[in-house]
Design a protein around this ligand. Structure first.
Ligand SMILES: *[C@@H]1O[C@H](CO)[C@@H](O)[C@H](O)[C@H]1NC(C)=O
Ligand SMILES: *[C@@H]1O[C@H](CO)[C@@H](O)[C@H](O)[C@H]1NC(C)=O
Length: 405
């Protein structure tokens, strides 16, 4: 009954929101168990940047607990708390996976079972373009022309492009059907941790940005199954951490590259990779994809996060108070945060290493820093909110967050 009602509401809203635009059947997200539903801010249209609520950036906001966050039902409409559907991430046969456990935690009210995690050829449709161009940055396609989106995504047409895991090696060998993932941030907490062997024993190892392993194997491991980046953060990492030894991305046989698409740079880079040509315009014009991803540029090597997933993470898991300020457009969850939440939505077990913890001051910013550097807080992320989310996910036993005495 709730489903029916929410579905009707969903369609009604789509009608209102998209002004009668024809919408692909089945992509409208049913609101599941949300008891109440409202797209209007009960206090009236409070739009950051539109005057009301404008003011200086708040001093570091206190880390909010999920229970005290604004419920999603009161999200301002421009944040776009309405998503496509994707069934591909529900196929796990693990009896005790995260998806089976989440319903009995406080995250059941924010979790959407069919949220699309990845985008690929299936999403290269004009209707999808009309829907997603309402949202900017990493949250939609506002800054990307349709031909670029189309050319990049239609080439992500291998079956591996729609799923995080191609084949699960242990399950294929008759072992446990549960996919165990190590998700490795770059925090200084890993320095001296000796966690490398444990990290490499997982089925898959996720890394991001300055994912330096050479010389740090004992603490961080050797394997990289997934390298997560946006073109911007990847270029910055190569530039900023070259002197630490990070001169190329991980390029092992198992490595797959997951783009966090932010503006059009990532679609241009992906299109260049899949057509084996240099990037043809923008800030990376002339860049050769082989330089980053190696010579094997088959579609199977690449994946791309869906803007719905990033918006969902922002709106429901990391709804920072920055969104209530005039700088709201700049805000997105950090690349590491999107990586960890993508693992939460696809793996059956998640161990997080090198993520921010409350005693972060005891550690350098990165495990590979030669001398101590204090952790920097960027205005476009909310690392304190991310820190409290990792604590809550750990307390809810949905992830194992590795900390040190
Ligand atoms: C994917 O698209 C390429 C052209 O970009 C084509 O050659 C190939 O056959 C397609 N593969 C599949 C599985 O459809
Ligand atoms: C890494 O750990 C070693 C051993 O505990 C310590 O001497 C060194 O200062 C640490 N590096 C940084 C950058 O904090």
């Amino acid at each position: 009954m709730i489903r029916l009602r929410s579905r009707a509401l969903c369609w009604a809203l789509l009608g209102a929101v998209t002004l009668g635009l024809l919408y692909q059947a089945g992509t409208c997200y049913s609101r599941g168990s949300f008891p109440s539903f409202s797209y209007r801010d009960p206090l009236g249209a409070h739009q950051p940047g539109a005057g009301a609520g404008a003011g200086a950036m708040p001093a570091q906001p206190p880390a909010t607990l999920l229970g005290s966050r604004a419920p999603s039902s009161t999200l301002q409409p421009f944040l776009g708390d309405l998503y496509g559907r994707d069934e591909t991430h529900r196929s796990s046969r693990c009896p005790s996976g995260i998806r089976k456990r989440i319903a009995s935690t406080k995250f059941s009210s924010v979790f959407l079972e069919a949220i699309p995690v990845l985008q690929w050829a299936r999403h290269a449709q004009p209707a999808e373009y009309r829907r997603l161009r309402s949202y900017g940055g990493a949250h939609g396609w506002q800054e990307v022309g349709w031909p670029v989106v189309r050319d990049a995504l239609t080439r992500l047409n291998a079956s591996a492009n729609g799923r995080m895991f191609d084949a699960h090696p242990r399950a294929a060998a008759g072992g446990s059907p549960c996919v165990r993932c190590a998700v490795v941030g770059n925090g200084g907490i890993l320095n001296g941790s000796q966690a490398g062997a444990a990290i490499d024993r997982h089925d898959y190892v996720f890394r991001t940005n300055g994912a330096l392993t050479k010389g740090f194997e004992r603490d961080v491991g050797r394997r990289t199954s997934f390298y997560v980046f946006s073109t911007n953060t990847m270029m910055n990492s190569l530039h900023n951490y070259a002197s630490n030894g990070f001169r190329q991305l991980p390029q092992t046989l198992e490595t797959r590259y997951i783009f966090l698409p932010d503006h059009d740079r990532d679609y241009l880079q992906l299109r260049a990779a899949l057509t084996h040509r240099p990037v043809d315009r923008g800030p990376d014009e002339g860049a050769r994809p082989e330089r980053y991803f190696g010579k094997d540029l088959r579609a199977e090597k690449f994946k791309m996060f869906h803007p719905d997933f990033i918006r969902y993470v922002r709106n429901r898991f990391l709804r920072s108070s920055i969104l209530d300020t005039p700088q709201w457009r700049l805000y997105r969850p950090s690349t590491g945060a999107v990586m960890l939440l993508a693992a939460l939505h696809t793996c059956d077990e998640v161990s997080a290493y090198g993520f921010i913890t409350p005693n972060y001051r005891a550690y350098s910013e990165h495990y590979f820093d030669p001398t101590h550097k204090a952790l920097r807080f960027y205005a476009n992320h909310d690392l304190r909110l991310e820190m409290s989310l990792w604590q809550e996910l750990h307390q809810s036993r949905l992830i194992t967050l590795h900390t040190r005495g």
